[in-house]
Design a protein around this ligand. Structure first.
Ligand code: ATP
Ligand code: MG
Length: 726
């Protein structure tokens, strides 16, 4: 054992050592972030190989995603590459499940085909003509939806339905249980059932989607004793990391495989469960001893990763969740920088700040910029690249560059260069205010266009509003190609009415307007400082290439850009968490559901934030701002929570309380809808200081310092500005 510690350079603590030595029988290691769970798991594999002389192919280490399988395997190699040539297999549960499914169906002589979850953008746009639906999950669902509901399906409905189906399968829900799972898509249950029938009855081939792999694997293992026995025998030792994110069906597969010896080591932290929306289930872990009689459960709460400040702040922060296994995380690590909270004036200032800080520091240490949504990635990548900073982007979003909004913008610009192009006009005529109808487009297609499409149009009989609008649009288009690209985009948005058209489309088709306008804003940012429209088109190409190739920079750059989700399990010296505003962190949806007293999503958002915070070794910076575009936004309630934790004594809100009356506070501190949060300290213009204890529907419950508990009408409070933040 000592030689292992020597080569790896890690001296295990008592619990870690016990966990490593506990090789036979079920073991649950339920422990805080940075307490050495993954380290212990790796050491245990090393111990099995080197001390217990177990063959590498008898060990199955299961991870959640392909990326974490790679991370884990790299860590293992760092530890043990000098000691053993044996190759341990780090596998995702899906790739194992695929193996089982293939083997079973081959035995049965049953043909099968995997269907993709995503459709390439251009195929999706084209749709399909004939009676046969292309075999993509999205196309099939679209068809069934339209057959069932008789209406077109919106993007948001598609997203929700996909999540719902994935959730249902991962929870192995059936029969009456299905009705308990909420999905706002009309007839979701019957669409789901029709989808299942479609896949089973599709000609001679069985169709399987990504989640089917798991449910079928489970069924087949139950169904075919020989296959089950083979794998049970093959995998003498099973280990799973990040098990808080395993879904019900995943837990069940692991359980089957580990029998009869149950040499199973499960490593988890319920506070880091961030995939509930996809069907993960922590209760399975909390009932581990019931599931595996005679199991050993070990806990660890010493954090080896982070400074005093970071451990204290995150340990306190996670306590805002009600629904958790109580634990206290601590560290013996030294004190370092305080957790920094930076409130910028504008979103732009935040990007500038991060870029400059990173540039200044020269990235001699490992740095990560973490964000909630991939939408944050492109503007950041653009800014960093313009400043000459190299980075590694962990999960890339090439979809951005193929988005129809991006296409629209380029088409407007192309058309401004040549307004004889009917093929381009056909794609954008509904999106600017010249009111050109489909009929007019059809007419124009037949006409020779001599000078400009607009001139040709003006020759025909037009309604009076168009007679005015068309020359105006023509002039604007002609001026655009002389403009700098950011000016051009602003003209397209405001003067040609693109923004207005998009807003109308959102209302009509239920598109997510926040998302779409986010893309438009990003394009405008990218355009800044460029000279010609061609520069803009080139810059987009360049950025797309940059983003796509940045995944090859993994070991070349010390700077990582990634989402909170994908940062799970990893660590960096310095972490910036960006775009911390309400509506993003937590999301609009999290907040809405919270207001309706559905607390699960908000708790998950808290855990996700906690995962982000606990990635940092020595420096943690939380960044927020007041404005995005021209819109006023509010600081994330989680930032407010952390602020209270890290605020130096004497500045605590309670000491403010006695000092202030509502009239002393400026309008800046007026409570907005997004600020409302349990535990928020407020001051009411009539009743004085108090704490929000409850809210939901149209009511808000406040415990006042004097005057007791009162239930007030939320709307009245907000409309009349009765509440201010302390
Ligand atoms: P997470 O929950 O974030 O996945 P974890 O519990 O898996 O965290 P590890 O990543 O294994 O934690 O370890 C965190 C850091 O602590 C690593 O840098 C690791 O080398 C270090 N570490 C773990 N155990 C010890 C120990 N006994 N002594 C010193 N350092 C340790
Ligand atoms: Mg880990």
């Amino acid at each position: 054992f000592a030689f292992m510690e020597e080569t790896t350079g890690v001296r295990l603590n008592d619990v870690q050592r016990q966990a490593v030595l506990h090789t036979d029988g079920p073991l649950l290691l339920l422990a805080s972030p940075g307490s050495g769970k993954t380290t212990t798991l790796n050491m245990k594999i090393g111990y099995l190989l080197l001390e217990k002389k177990v063959r590498a192919d008898r060990i199955m280490a299961i991870t959640f995603s392909k990326a974490s399988a790679r991370d884990m395997s790299e860590r293992f190699d760092r530890f043990f590459s000098g000691l053993t040539n044996e190759k341990v297999h780090f596998s995702t549960i899906h790739s194992f499940a695929f193996q089982v499914v293939r083997e079973y169906l081959r035995k049965k002589n049953q043909d099968f085909q995997l269907i993709e979850g995503q459709v390439p953008q251009d195929e999706w746009k084209k749709g399909w003509d004939g009676p046969e639906v292309p075999l993509h999950k999205k196309f099939i669902l679209k068809k069934i939806y339209e057959d069932t509901n008789g209406t077109q399906m919106t993007d948001d409905e598609m997203d929700e339905l996909m999540t719902y189906i994935s959730f249902v399968k991962n929870r192995m829900a059936s029969g009456k249980e299905l009705d308990k799972i909420t999905c706002t898509v009309k007839n979701a249950v019957s669409i789901y059932q029709a989808y299942e029938r479609f896949k089973k009855n599709h000609s001679t081939q069985l169709l399987l989607d990504f989640d089917d792999m798991l449910t079928y694997c489970y069924q087949y293992l139950l169904d075919d004793a020989a296959i089950l026995a083979k794998y049970q025998k093959k995998f003498e030792y099973l280990l799973t990391d990040e098990s808080q994110d395993n879904s019900v069906v995943q837990h069940e597969i692991v359980k089957l495989l580990s029998q009869p010896q149950n040499n199973l080591c499960v490593v988890a932290d319920d506070d880091q469960s961030i995939f509930m929306w996809r069907g993960s289930d922590v209760t399975k872990l909390l009932q581990f001893e019931k599931e595996y009689p005679g199991a050993t459960v070990m806990t660890m709460s010493q954090n080896y990763r982070s400074s005093q400040e970071i451990v204290k702040a995150s340990n306190q922060f996670i306590k805002r969740n009600q629904n958790r296994y109580p634990k206290e995380m601590f560290t013996d690590n030294s004190s370092d920088q305080p957790v920094a909270i930076k409130t910028m004036h504008h979103y732009e200032d935040q990007l500038k700040y991060v870029t400059e800080e990173i540039k200044k520091s020269g990235v001699s240490e490992e740095v990560a910029v973490l964000y909630r949504n991939n939408a944050s990635a492109v503007p950041l990548a653009d800014k960093l690249d313009k400043a000459g900073v190299h980075f590694y982007m962990k999960d890339i979003d090439p979809k951005f560059f193929k988005h129809w909004i991006v296409e629209d913008m380029l088409n407007f610009m192309r058309f401004s260069y040549n307004d004889r192009r009917i093929d381009i006009l056909e794609r954008i005529h509904m999106k600017f205010n010249a009111y050109i109808s489909k009929r007019q487009i059809a007419y124009l297609k037949k006409m020779p266009i001599e000078t400009s499409i607009f001139d040709t149009l003006l020759e025909i009989e037009l309604p009076s509003y168009q007679k005015k609008a068309i020359p105006k649009a023509q002039k604007l288009f002609q001026s655009i190609n002389q403009m700098s690209p950011d000016q051009a985009i602003r003209t397209i948005r405001e003067k040609l009415g693109y923004d207005h058209a998009i807003k109308k489309m959102c209302e009509k088709f239920g598109f997510n307007s926040e998302h779409l306008f986010g893309i438009i804003d990003t394009l405008e940012k990218i355009a800044e400082g460029l000279e010609t429209l061609k520069d803009f088109a080139d810059r987009l190409k360049e950025l797309e290439h940059l983003v796509q190739t940045s995944k090859f920079n993994k070991n070349k750059s010390n700077l990582t850009l990634t989402t909170f989700h994908s940062a799970k399990g990893l660590e960096y010296d310095k972490v910036y968490m960006i775009d911390l505003i309400n509506g993003i962190v937590p999301s609009q949806n999290d907040m809405e559901r919270y207001r309706n007293k559905e607390y699960g999503p908000m708790e998950e958002a808290v855990r996700l934030f906690y995962v982000g915070m606990t990635r940092a070794r020595t420096n943690l910076e939380l960044l927020t701002y007041h404005y995005k575009g021209s819109e006023r936004v509010t600081e994330s309630i989680f930032v407010t929570n952390v602020k209270k934790i890290v605020q130096p004594a004497g500045e605590t809100p309670s000491s403010k309380k006695s000092k202030y009356a509502a009239s002393d506070l400026s309008d800046e501190s007026l409570v907005q809808l997004d600020d409302i949060d349990l535990g928020l300290e407020v001051i009411h213009s009539k009743f004085g200081p108090g704490v929000i204890k409850e809210y939901g529907g149209d009511q808000i419950g406040i415990q006042f310092e004097t005057g007791g508990y009162k239930e007030l009408l939320l709307e009245v409070c907000l409309r009349n500005g009765l509440l201010k933040k302390l």
